[in-house]
Ligand binder design. Structure first.
Ligand code: MG
Length: 375
């Protein structure tokens, strides 16, 4: 029985992971960690029977304790760190949104846990540190992001030297065909309406701006130790091909399937086994697949993200922090859609210092966010 600790249990990936685990005979949940959605957490505890939960928000933790469940509560960041330290789980699913996932993920690697990671911000902001730690501790570090799970399968221990290109596919999001002169009128609801994937709010906005693909390029760079010039993205509106790898000898491998996050989640949680997730058969006779180039005029944040990637860790941290803050402001109705880009651009112009340690990374993140929130 493989025991799993879930960081970010009440989010989109966390709830889908619980469905995958429920269907599996050989997986069980050891502990659940949430930010503050304790009503959902209470139902998850009842459903899984876990006896340990971590809750970041203090008020939410008090509310949860008032439910009187036979469950030990680990409160705040310190509590979550203690929970990870005590954990007997073989695997940690890292599915907290944003850079908030970095410290607990690093802690879990430190404790020698295998990681299934859905938190791309961890690699974007601290790719060098994280991958060095993974190597040092000799743990598994498996992507839950659908594109990277695809590439992970296409690569399957292929030596780096044979790779010509990693090709990340992108659906194009909800605004692939929208008139460019109407972008300023985009609402929160428009931007959250992703055409093919069901995901959390932050990543849905990132998919609409295509920042998500820039973050994924950076994620792929660290995860597969591949230089940026060998990583490209292209639009594939049907989201059937989840990504591809082209090899030097002209062979191209693609991974395909339904657009449900249960597939990459199941791949990572069961790795190296393949489990029956009870999905319907995929009917290719009903599919027409198309591809088109990614237009950087339509998606300027993609280009901006790639530029930041080439500048190094400091710029990646700035990019990510400014984007997290700007997306939060957009989701709360405080700024318009196009201002997400302007905020990120402005922050990249303002902050140019290089960072390397975890504390430097977290300090820069806080500074950039304060700058964006101050307007
Ligand atoms: Mg993805």
């Amino acid at each position: 029985m493989k025991k799993i600790l879930i960081l970010g249990a009440t989010g989109s990936v966390g709830t889908q992971a619980l469905r995958v685990i429920e269907k599996a005979k050989d997986l069980s949940v050891e502990a659940l960690v949430a930010h503050k959605n304790v009503d959902l957490l209470r139902r998850q505890v009842a459903q899984t029977g876990v006896q340990k939960v971590g809750i970041y928000d203090g008020d939410a933790a008090k509310k949860f304790e008032s439910f009187g469940l036979p469950c030990k509560v680990y409160q705040g960041e310190e509590g979550v760190m203690a929970l990870i330290e005590e954990s007997q789980a073989q695997m940690v699913l890292s599915a907290i949104v944003g850079i908030a996932g970095l410290k607990p993920t690093m802690k879990a690697i430190d404790e020698g846990k295998n990681i299934a990671f859905a938190n791309k911000e961890t690699l974007v902001t601290a790719g060098d540190l994280v991958m060095a730690k993974v190597k040092e501790k000799n743990t598994l570090f498996l992507p839950v992001d659908s594109e990277h799970a695809a590439i992970h399968q296409c690569l399957c221990h292929e030596p780096q030297v044979g790779i010509q290109k990693l090709m990340l596919t992108a659906s194009g999001g909800p605004f692939r065909t929208r008139a460019l002169d109407s972008f300023s009128a985009i609402t929160r609801e428009d931007a959250l309406r992703h055409p093919t994937w069901s995901m959390g709010e932050k990543i849905s906005i990132d998919s609409a701006t295509m920042m998500n693909k820039a973050l994924e390029v950076i994620e792929a760079h660290y995860l597969f130790d591949t230089p940026y010039e060998k990583i490209e993205a292209l639009i594939h509106p049907q989201s059937v091909v989840h990504s591809m790898v082209a090899f030097k000898d002209g062979n191209i491998l693609a991974q395909m399937g339904h657009t449900t996050m249960e597939i990459p989640i199941g791949y990572a949680l069961h790795y190296p086994d393949r489990a029956d997730l009870g999905l319907s058969e995929f009917d290719f006779s009903k599919q027409t697949l198309s591809f088109e180039p990614l237009d950087e005029k339509r998606y300027p944040l993609y280009g901006l993200g790639r530029q930041a990637a080439l500048l190094g860790t400091g710029a990646c941290v700035t990019l990510n922090a400014a984007n997290e803050a700007a997306v939060d402001l957009f989701l709360r109705g405080r700024i318009g859609f196009l201002e997400i880009m302007r905020n990120v651009e402005k922050a990249l112009g303002k902050f140019s210092r290089s960072v390397s340690s975890l504390s430097e990374i977290l300090a820069l993140d806080q500074e950039v966010k304060a700058y964006v929130y101050a307007g």
